[in-house]
Design a protein around this ligand. Structure first.
Ligand SMILES: C[S@@+](CC[C@H](N)C(=O)[O-])C[C@H]1O[C@@H](n2cnc3c(N)ncnc32)[C@H](O)[C@@H]1O
Length: 285
C-alpha cells in the first residue's frame, strides 16, 4: 500500500486536554493514520487502555500493525460507539473529524478536486453508494437541497441544473469532470476559494451521513465518559463546529465547557489543512 503522510492537527493541544492518566481508559474515535492514538498510547502505563475506531478499512490496516496489548482497533462508525459498552468508565474521548491523508491524497478516493480520480467519496468503500451513483440518480431538487444544506452554496440551483444536464449526455465519473463543470458555471462569482470547494464538501457530508454520525457519536460519548472524563473534538468547518458547540451547550447540566483552541500561525504555516480547525473541550460533570 502506498504511504500517505498525515500531519495530525492540534496534536499537543488535544492530548494535553485529554488529561491522560496512566491507568485510564481512552477512546480515539478517529484513528486515521494513528497520529493521536500513538501519543495516547505512549502516555499510558501498563494498566491503561486505548480503544480506537475508524470506519475506513485502510486505517484499520494501518492500526493492525500496532502490536500492543493495551490497544484495540475497531472498524466501527461513531453511531456504533455504544458497542464499547463501558458506560461511565471512559476517562477521555477524542474526535478528530474530517479526512485523513489516506483519503485526501489518493485521487481515486474521490475527495480531492485538485487531482483527477474516480468520484467515489465514501469513507468506507465497501458500504453504501458512491458520489457517482448519487449524482447520476438525483434530480435537480435533491442536488440543490444537499448543496445548500451541507455546502451552504449560494449557487446551488445553477450548479444542480448544470450537473443534471451534463449527466444526461455523459454520466460524471471523475473528480475533475465535476470540478471543471462547477468552475465553468460559477467561477466568475468566486475569487479566493476554488468554486468546487463547497460542492465537494456537501457531497462528502451527504454520502457519508457525517452530521448524523457526529450527533450520534457525541450522544454515546456522554454515556461512556466517567465523571471528570474529558471530551476533545477537532472540527474543520462551520457545520461540524456548530453541531459540537450546540451539543455541549444543550448538555450543560452534564458537561462543563472548557472552551476552544485554534491552531497557531506556526502550525498553519507548517500544515495548511489546519487553517480551519477548532478544538472544543468539555468535561463530564
Ligand atoms: C482527520 S482523520 C484522523 C487523523 C488522526 N487523528 C491522525 O492523527 O492520524 C479522521 C478519520 O476519522 C474517520 N471517520 C470520520 N467519520 C467517521 C465516523 N463517522 N465513524 C468512524 N470513523 C470516522 C475517517 O475515516 C478518518 O480516518
Amino acid at each position: 500500500m502506498k504511504k500517505y503522510k498525515h500531519i495530525s492537527v492540534l496534536l499537543n493541544e488535544s492530548i494535553e486536554n485529554l488529561k491522560i492518566k496512566s491507568d485510564g481508559i481512552y477512546i480515539d474515535s478517529t484513528f486515521g493514520c494513528g497520529g493521536h492514538s500513538k501519543i495516547i498510547l505512549s502516555k499510558l502505563g501498563k494498566k491503561g487502555k486505548l480503544f480506537s475506531l475508524d470506519r475506513d478499512p485502510e486505517s484499520i490496516n494501518i492500526a493492525n500493525n500496532i502490536k500492543d496489548s493495551r490497544f484495540k482497533i475497531l472498524n466501527l462508525n461513531f453511531s456504533n460507539l455504544y458497542k464499547i459498552n463501558l458506560n461511565g468508565k471512559i476517562n477521555g474521548i477524542l474526535f478528530d473529524l474530517g479526512l485523513s491523508s489516506i483519503q485526501l491524497d489518493n485521487p481515486n478516493r474521490g475527495f480531492s478536486f485538485i487531482n483527477d480520480g474516480i468520484l467515489d467519496m465514501r469513507m468506507n468503500q465497501k458500504i453504501g453508494n458512491s458520489a457517482i451513483d448519487w449524482l447520476n440518480n438525483s434530480n435537480i431538487k435533491e442536488m440543490c437541497h444537499v448543496f445548500k444544506k451541507f455546502g451552504e452554496e449560494r449557487f446551488s440551483k445553477r450548479i444542480s441544473k448544470a450537473i443534471y444536464k451534463y449527466n444526461k449526455i455523459k454520466p460524471i465519473t471523475r473528480t475533475k469532470e465535476l470540478s471543471n463543470l462547477v468552475k465553468l458555471n460559477c467561477s466568475k462569482f468566486y475569487d479566493t476559494k476554488h468554486p468546487a470547494t463547497r460542492i465537494f464538501q456537501a457531497i462528502r457530508i451527504y454520502i457519508n451521513n457525517e452530521i448524523e454520525e457526529i450527533k450520534n457519536g457525541l450522544k454515546h460519548s456522554l454515556k461512556l465518559l466517567s465523571s471528570k472524563g474529558r471530551l476533545c473534538i477537532i472540527s474543520f468547518h462551520s457545520l461540524e463546529d456548530r453541531v459540537v458547540k450546540n451539543f455541549i451547550k444543550f448538555n450543560s447540566s452534564k458537561f462543563k465547557s472548557l472552551g476552544k483552541i485554534k491552531p497557531s500561525l506556526i502550525e498553519i504555516k507548517k500544515n495548511i489543512r489546519a487553517r480551519s480547525a477548532i478544538l472544543r473541550i468539555a468535561e463530564k460533570i
